[in-house]
Design a protein around this ligand. Structure first.
Ligand code: NAD
Length: 259
């Protein structure tokens, strides 16, 4: 099986009740991993989702936490470790626009909300997870892996009212450079996945015509699907597959942005 070293690995995916994170949880469960699914609220269909995921060969549990709040970040990591005994892979997937505000409308509250959801969350979850990731690498002799979520927005500047979001995504991707310099010694790898336009609830504010217009600008002439991001997470999580890859940035965008 591809990525067979993920079997039994303890994987925490923040913001994973929908979209890209949810598809990642499913993919890790299929690999036999122990996976933490997280959201601000318990989804209505949680029991059915967990039942389905837990029949795939792994173990999936839901952890409620609003990662835009620092105490909740700490509690999320602590709860996950209490359940699974450690962390081998952390995916800082939670993120979003919060809203769309052009520069003249940006106030402190909006600025803080965008940065707390997209930036502080990743810092505080990673900070709390650091000793566990270090312990994982030490015990296994393999690397632990942290995956950040960038966005094509950081490459192209973001859509209307999404300037702070675009900058926030660039920020998480850049901060990993420092973490690579400081924590490679601890056996931890850091990489960023940067989706293009992936058809998830993230784009719920767009009608079909708008989506079709975006699709027309993409060389592949369609939006991406959440399931098409999941294998990249598996790859970057797997020591066997990517043990010498760190500090990198991987676009998943159908050619929408060309490096
Ligand atoms: P989505 O809006 O469909 O899902 C977001 C998930 O995050 C949900 O599970 C939600 O419950 C969770 N979440 C939101 N706020 C949270 C909070 N405060 N605490 C805990 N969980 C929270 O988003 P998506 O499209 O799946 O995007 C996932 C990641 O990829 C995000 O970081 C997003 O910025 C990034 N991204 C998405 C796209 C895209 O086109 N969909 C493009 C580039 C980057």
């Amino acid at each position: 099986m591809m990525f067979d070293d993920l079997k039994g690995k303890r994987v925490l995916v923040t913001g994973s009740t929908m979209g890209i994170g949810l598809a990642a949880v499913e993919a890790f469960a299929r690999c036999g991993a122990k996976v933490g699914m997280n959201g601000r609220r318990k989804p209505a269909d949680l029991d059915a989702t967990l039942k389905r995921f837990n029949s795939l060969g792994g173990e999936v549990e839901f952890f409620q936490a609003d990662v835009s709040q620092t105490p909740a970040c700490s509690k999320l990591v602590d709860d996950f470790v209490a359940r699974f005994g450690g962390i081998d892979v952390l995916i800082n997937n939670a993120g979003g626009l919060v809203g769309r505000k052009p520069l003249p409308e940006i106030d402190d509250e909006f600025f803080d909300a965008v940065s707390h959801l997209n930036n502080r969350s990743a810092v505080m979850v990673t900070k709390r997870a650091l000793p566990h990731l270090t312990a994982s690498a030490k015990a296994s002799g393999e690397t632990a892996s942290v995956i950040m979520l960038g966005s094509i927005a950081e490459d192209v500047g973001g859509g209307p009212g999404a300037g702070l979001y675009a900058a926030a995504k660039a920020w998480v991707h850049i901060v990993q450079k420092n973490w690579v310099l400081m924590h490679t010694k601890d056996g931890i790898r850091f990489n960023t996945i940067s989706p293009g336009t992936i058809d998830t609830p993230f784009h719920a504010d767009k009608d079909e015509a708008t989506k079709a217009n975006i699709a027309a600008t993409i060389p592949m002439k369609r939006l991406g699907r959440a399931e098409e991001c999941a294998p990249a997470f598996l790859f970057l999580a797997s020591h066997k597959a990517s043990g010498y890859i760190t500090g990198q940035y991987l676009g998943i965008n159908g050619g929408q942005f060309l490096e």
